[in-house]
Ligand binder design. Structure first.
Ligand code: HEC
Ligand code: HEC
Ligand code: HEC
Ligand code: HEC
Length: 441
């Protein structure tokens, strides 16, 4: 299933001349960009310098508490016409699939939580605010704005975690820049330097910040698994450092979290079964950089970044090479496939289709089995056939099963980012479902 939480240049007075040297640096595809001296100074960026590591483009970290205001995407239209025009193309990516209709079993799995009523697939970045308002899911706190508007990103940088606990409606009038350049470049677009403005990601990757390519971090700010801290309501990640960024260890982390009443952390509690359920959110970052990923994992065959595949290099009519800011499938870019992928992938579209079919077939089969398990457990409880410690054990098993299933269901590539990790998660879900069914006998 493809979804994010919501549901998720004509003025050449300023010369924009970048010589982009696309080079294979130690089997890596990071690009060296040489900005032209004609590029003017940007409005002041709140960013700190970080030491460089070999083969990795290192991002900057945004500074906090600086009273920063956002330079809006539209304000860059004249200065960066190529990037801005490609960014506006996201408006064309406007298709939405309603998953509650496509996969009715999720109404059971997410019962009691907003996603059971409305769960739209992801579409273009420029739709994030429209889609957020239209979800039909209730929004209580401003933390829902975390991945939707740079106006909120700036608010958190200025005010700290207290911003997350604001009432949703109290922030709505402050939304000025739906999905802005600010998320990835702060106010200093310059030569395309990436500044990580979402501090929870900086905290989560901790000492590994310099080891992760800037482009991967730019997307990981939103295309990642998070939860809202039960006390502060702050957007938080269930890991510290890359070694702890596995679905298994993240589950263990969330299973060990408690709320103010001492209960095990839950996104919601299923009324019929009492299972304290967790909702995974679009873990593209964790999946792509995880063990087994041929282009993103620790033992990658060939390291590529999210931008290499989703933001290919384009050549304008005047010969200027620039990075496309139209975030779509790499399969939509024949030049990329021919020039970069074809030497190893003769027919990537078929490979992708095969992986996605295998993934969704199994995801649906296990989703149905999990929904059946929910119903069977509810019936067993209603009839008094299970109670006490046996009931607690089975609830825990169902919670774990749904976590591993959801980790794949909500990952937008449908297995393509990392077949091995996808298979691992589905195997774990299947194992837990079997265990729970055996416990019900
Ligand atoms: C500020 C948060 C944020 C950042 C940063 C971000 N995304 Fe997204 N992305 C989203 C949201 C939210 C959606 C879904 C929009 C909707 O459906 O309304 C989305 C949608 C997408 C889609 C479209 C999916 C579809 O089905 O059409 C692609 C592709 C994508 N993002 C790739 C990327 C890449 C690659 C990066 C990094 C270079 C990135 N995104 C950075 C929040 C973000
Ligand atoms: C989701 C993250 C993201 C957002 C939002 C974003 N960019 Fe970028 N931008 C990148 C990445 C990643 C690169 C560098 C690509 C690479 O290194 O492979 C880049 C590169 C650039 C460059 C360097 C020149 C080039 O084309 O490579 C410019 C200029 C730029 N962006 C302008 C903008 C403008 C203007 C906006 C808003 C309209 C914007 N960007 C929004 C991620 C982003
Ligand atoms: C090796 C190339 C590659 C890399 C690197 C890569 N992806 Fe993808 N991604 C794909 C392919 C292929 C698809 C499936 C596209 C399709 O179905 O047409 C995909 C799908 C997606 C989608 C769903 C798009 C849609 O149209 O529904 C999102 C969102 C996404 N990727 C985000 C990311 C993020 C974030 C990263 C980095 C953490 C990343 N990708 C790294 C190749 C890549
Ligand atoms: C140097 C050879 C090489 C190049 C170049 C290459 N790939 Fe791959 N790619 C591989 C190998 C090897 C695998 C693992 C194949 C497998 O397990 O079946 C792979 C797997 C993949 C997968 C599936 C991920 C998975 O878990 O199996 C995708 C998607 C993918 N590549 C996309 C791309 C895209 C897009 C490009 C071009 C931007 C590209 N690749 C360039 C060698 C390459």
């Amino acid at each position: 299933m493809k979804h994010i939480q919501s549901k998720d240049w004509q003025f050449y007075a300023i010369v924009l001349a970048f010589s982009v040297v696309v080079g294979l640096i130690t089997g890596n595809m990071n690009k060296d960009k040489v900005p032209s001296a004609a590029v003017p100074a940007q409005s002041e960026t709140a960013a700190a310098e970080t030491p460089a590591a070999t083969g990795v483009t290192v991002a900057k970290r945004a500074e906090t508490g600086t009273g920063v205001t956002v330079v809006k995407a539209d304000d860059y239209a004249e200065q960066y016409p190529l990037q801005y025009t490609s960014y506006r193309m996201n408006d064309e990516n406007d298709e939405v699939v309603e998953y509650t209709e496509a996969n009715p079993y999720i109404q059971k799995l997410y019962e009691g939580y907003g996603f059971a009523h409305s769960y739209g697939s992801a579409r273009g970045h420029t739709y994030v605010i429209t889609d957020l308002s239209a979800t039909g899911r209730p929004h209580k706190l401003a933390n829902c704005y975390t991945c939707k508007t740079s106006s909120f990103t700036a608010k958190v940088l200025n005010d700290g975690d207290s911003a997350y606990a604001m009432a949703f409606d109290d922030f709505t009038d402050s939304v000025e820049d739906p999905f802005g350049c600010f998320h990835c470049h702060a106010n200093g677009v310059g030569d395309g330097t990436i500044t990580v403005t979402h501090g929870y990601l900086t905290n989560a990757v901790a000492d590994d910040f310099e080891k992760i390519d800037a482009a991967n971090l730019s997307c990981g700010q939103c295309h990642s698994e998070y939860y809202f801290d039960p006390e502060t309501k702050a957007t938080s990640f269930a890991y510290k450092g890359l070694a702890n960024m596995t679905p298994d260890l993240m589950l263990e982390y969330e299973n060990n979290l408690t709320d103010s009443e001492g209960n095990m952390f839950a996104d919601w509690v299923d009324e019929d079964t009492g299972v304290r359920k967790l909702k995974v959110q679009h873990p593209e970052f964790e999946t792509f950089l995880g063990e087994g990923s041929p282009h993103g994992g620790p033992n990658a065959v060939m390291s590529l970044t999210c931008a290499d595949c989703h933001m290919p290099q384009k050549t304008a009519d005047d010969g200027t090479v620039y990075t496309s800011h139209y975030w779509v499938s790499p399969l939509d870019d024949q030049d990329l496939l021919n020039n970069t992928c074809a030497k190893c992938h003769k027919d990537l579209a078929s490979e992708v289709a095969a992986i996605q079919k295998e993934t969704t077939d199994r995801e649906n089969q296990l989703g149905e089995a999990l929904a059946q398990l929910d119903s069977d457990l509810a019936a067993a409880i209603a009839e008094g056939r299970i109670e006490g410690q046996d009931l607690e054990d089975i609830r825990m098993t169902v919670r774990n099963a749904q976590w591993f299933w959801d980790f794949v269901y909500v990952e937008n590539s449908e297995g393509v980012h990392n077949q091995q990790l996808t298979k691992h998660c589905l195997d774990k879900a299947e194992e837990y479902i079997k265990q729970a069914n055996a416990m019900l006998q």
